[in-house]
Design a protein around this ligand. Structure first.
Ligand code: FES
Length: 106
């Protein structure tokens, strides 16, 4: 499945993922700028913050309590569609998922 990251300046980056990896892992593997992922995907740093395109929100897995708590500490404004990309596992149902990158992660 592919995911599309849209940078703060509007430039899209399409990334092919291998099934089962997180959106954060796919981004870092492809060198997508704007995902820092300092904690390596352990839901501890909030530097993998993304804004999920509204049309995809309902199709994502439910948000866990620790993710909710961590989203309070994002560098960029937290919005209703904020998620941590390390907590989004990309499955074939999410092929074409659009994630927007915030202006900053720290
Ligand atoms: Fe640290 Fe996602 S990589 S919270």
């Amino acid at each position: 499945p592919a995911i599309i990251f849209i940078h703060a300046d509007g430039k899209p980056d399409r990334v092919e993922t291998s099934g089962g990896e997180s959106a954060m892992q796919a981004a870092t593997r492809h060198g997508v700028e704007g995902i820092l992922a300092e904690c390596g995907g352990n839901a501890m740093c909030a530097t993998c913050h993304v804004y999920v395109d509204e049309s995809w929100l309902a199709r994502l897995p439910a948000i866990a309590d620790d993710e909710v708590a961590l989203l309070d500490g994002t560098a960029a404004e937290r919005r209703p569609n904020s998620r941590l990309s390390c907590q989004i596992t990309v499955t074939s149902e999410l092929d074409g998922l659009v994630l927007r990158l915030p202006e900053r992660q720290i």
